[in-house]
Every structure is written in C-alpha cells, then in structure tokens.
Write a protein that binds this ligand. Sequence first.
Ligand code: IMP
Ligand code: MG
Length: 178
Amino acid sequence: MKGTGMTSQKKLLISRKAIANRVKELAAQISRDYVDKNPLLVAILKGAFIFLADLARAVDYPVQVDFVRLRSYGAGTTTSGEVHITKDVELPIKGRHVLVVEDIVDAGLTLDFLLGHLASHQPASLKICCLIDKKERRQVEVPLDYVGFTVEKGFLVGYGLDSGENLRTLPDIYEIVE
Ligand code: IMP
Ligand code: MG
C-alpha cells in the first residue's frame, strides 16, 4: 500500500537514544537561557508534538505550552510557499518570551511565515528550536536558535514526522529511500 510505509524502504537515521540525548542537551541549554523568564513553548502541529512533549518535560522547571497549526499548500513532499494558519495560539503572547518548537525546517517558508505572524503580537522575545535543520532546499533564511540535528537532504519519518500521515509514531527517525 502506497504511503503507509509498508512497501517503501527506510533506513534508520537517528536512533531514539541519540534523540533522547540531544533533547536533554537542548533542554539544559533552554533551561539556562530562560531561567526566570517564564517561557512559552509554541509547537507547530502536528509534527512537533512528540518533540515538544519530550523537550518540555526535560526543562528544569515547569513551562507553559501552546500550539499552532499551519497548512502549506503543495502536494507530496514539497511545500508550495503559501502558508495559512488553521489554528492560532490561544494564550496571549504580547510581552512573553516565546520559543517556537518545530520538527524539521526544510524550505523555511513555514517558519518564516509563523515568525512574522507571532512577531506582530509583540512578544518580549521570539526564538526557534527545531529538531532537524534540513539544509538543501532552504529558500528563506530563518534564524534557528537551537538545532537538534543537521541533515543535508532526504525525506524523514518518525518521532512526529509523517509521510502522508503515516509513520509519525515511530520512536526513531528514518530516511525514506526509494
Ligand atoms: P518548510 O520549511 O516550509 O519547507 O516546511 C517544513 C515542514 O514541511 C515541516 O514542518 C514538515 O511538516 C514538512 N517536512 C519537511 N521535510 C520533511 C521531512 O523530511 N519529513 C516530514 N515532513 C517534512
Ligand atoms: Mg511541521
């Protein structure tokens, strides 16, 4: 069955152990940087939900979380450039220290759009934490403040990343190979 991962080959790229170690390191850095700042972690649905859950719990103190959902028009594995918000943040972000949590940055269009939207609400600070910085197809430079892993290219699944809504819940990250 196409798209279910039943037939496509996948290659283990980042193990759950490597992810857990890196998430711990990122959380330690975030804990230091945001101490006494009452940060608000804003995750982009759906892909970032697992990363957010692990990251937020690894921060040394309780943090607030919120979610946005974005739709980018384009078929298959590429983005077209047009991004819409289908679910906005619900907590007021004016004056807050906002840390956007994203699964993977590819063209950069999704984050570029979201940053502009969030910035218009005047947060005290606005930074980005992404698990994976995928470099090859970047179209817009976005400032990535915290990066888990850098990859050059490839289509990845697992740990929140999906292929047509499939394979999101795999605990490790795989590259789909044709
Ligand atoms: P972009 O940076 O505007 O291209 O959009 C990034 C979004 O595209 C991510 O949040 C994912 O939802 C999706 N995406 C990009 N690359 C991958 C991938 O390798 N696997 C799964 N989703 C991806
Ligand atoms: Mg995403």
